[in-house]
Design a protein around this ligand. Structure first.
Ligand code: NAD
Length: 398
């Protein structure tokens, strides 16, 4: 099998999981890492056993041995770096969200289509075996017409006011905090499993922790520094949100998202109610799929490749009773993108820049709904055309 050269830009918290995922595929060589400085890139390259390091991401993009580039930089850099990768005609795997504004995301969507390369955003929960089982059960009408999709994504890691990183800075994390960071995962999952699109939303947003205390310096998101002098920063992004949702298949929905909810670690739960049955999946019990029935006993399906639908079996790598987890799902998502790179055929499970651009529009509609006083807001996608000369120059050069 022909080996594929891969490079990664932005070696912080999530980057080693991308590296681990590609190494598990067996036919991808991790060629190089680009960081925010030559020294940090070199330190990370040596920690992950990677030969080449670059202090400037443009050097990595120009490396002829690299054909697939992963972008795991803070969200405000996704736009310029993803665009540069596409301009170079290389395959791109960006972490989420695709960009910090729907407009930027739409430009990336169009640039990806024009470049004709594999393009994907790592909404990794798509890669869970029982998520694919649920998607295929919904597709073959096992639960009838889905009329209600509801759930939560609750975390507590921002409960401490001393947690402050680029995520809380609107210039770097974007105007939305919890919704863009984790609400986007839930919205992607809802749309992917139900094969439906969110068309309008009504949102109520809250900033529970209004003042955070920055330790300055470190750009990395989950770094914990104690005994350092901290400066207060007023934050504007929501750390709690409740949203009513309408889907294009007529389904209604509701979602609560929060990152300051003590005791909740990575509590993503989603439930689909159809006319003949229900399906519920909880990320913290990801080897179980709850199947609800009105006229039969309810059931909990354990992850068991011998019982799963054929299209989902490939997402399970261990027999029943052996737990599979977050990193395994991540590997599955990355594997699907590399299948696209190898064959030129996009698997149905890949979240493309077009899909992720739409999710940026969904989040933007949630912000607008709240700003306008809590009214229904349609999800508006930015036009497929380049809107002004400046954008055209950015994408296609002068
Ligand atoms: N898929 C998921 O579940 C998931 C989980 C966590 C983070 N993410 C996403 O991954 C991205 C990164 O998040 P993180 O938590 O790893 O952040 P992080 O702050 O830990 O890491 C970002 C890294 O990028 C580096 N960097 C900054 N500017 C750079 C530049 N110009 N060139 C090269 N490197 C640069 C930083 O030094 C740091 O090492 C974010 O967009 C985030 O939303 C996704």
């Amino acid at each position: 099998m022909k080996h594929i050269g891969m490079g990664i830009i932005g070696p912080g918290f999530i980057a080693p999981h991308h590296i681990d995922a590609v190494r598990r595929l067996g036919f991808v060589n991790v060629i190089g890492i680009a960081g925010s400085s030559a020294a940090s890139a070199q330190q990370k390259a040596s920690a992950y056993g990677v030969d080449r390091s670059y202090g400037d991401y443009r050097e990595l993009i120009a490396d002829p041995d690299i054909s697939v580039i992963h972008n795991t930089t803070p969200s405000y850099l996704h736009f310029s770096i993803n665009l540069a990768i596409l301009e170079a005609g290389k395959h791109v795997i960006s972490d989420k969200p695709l960009a910090i504004s729907a407009k930027e995301a739409a430009i990336l969507r169009d640039a990806a289509a024009a470049a004709g390369v594999a393009n994907a955003v790592t909404f990794n929960y798509r890669g869970n075996p029982l998520v694919q089982q649920a998607r295929l059960m919904a597709e073959r009408n096992d639960i009838g017409n889905i009329f209600f999709i509801h759930g939560v994504y609750l975390q507590d890691w921002m409960t401490d006011a001393n947690v402050y990183s680029w995520r809380s800075d609107p210039a770097k994390g974007g105007p939305s905090s919890a919704l863009a960071d984790i609400g986007s995962h839930w919205c992607d999952l809802a749309q992917h499993v139900a094969n439906a699109r969110i068309t309008s939303v009504l949102a109520d947003l809250t900033t529970v922790v209004k003042t955070r205390y920055s330790a300055g310096g470190s750009a990395e998101a989950f770094s914990q520094k104690s005994n350092v002098q901290r400066t207060p920063v007023e934050v504007s992004g929501e750390d709690l949100a409740s949203v009513l949702i309408r889907f294009d298949n007529g389904a209604k929905g509701c979602l609560s998202v929060g990152q300051v909810l003590p005791g909740h670690k990575n509590g993503l739960e989603i439930e689909f109610n159809g006319r003949s049955g229900s399906l519920r999946w909880n990320q913290e019990r990801q080897n179980e799929l709850w199947i609800g029935r009105h006229d039969q006993p309810n059931a909990v399906m354990g992850k068991d490749p011998s019982l799963m639908l054929p299209g989902a079996v490939g997402y399970a790598h261990l027999p029943a009773g052996h737990q599979e987890a977050w990193a395994d799902a991540f590997r599955n998502v990355i594997g699907d993108v590399y299948q696209w790179v190898q064959t030129g055929e996009k698997p149905a499970t890949v979240c493309t820049f077009a899909d992720a651009s739409r999710t940026c529009s969904v989040i933007e509609a949630m912000l607008k709904s709240y700003e306008l006083g809590g009214v229904w807001q349609d999800v508006e996608e930015h036009a497929a055309t380049i809107q002004n000369v400046e954008q055209q120059e950015v994408i296609y050069g002068k």
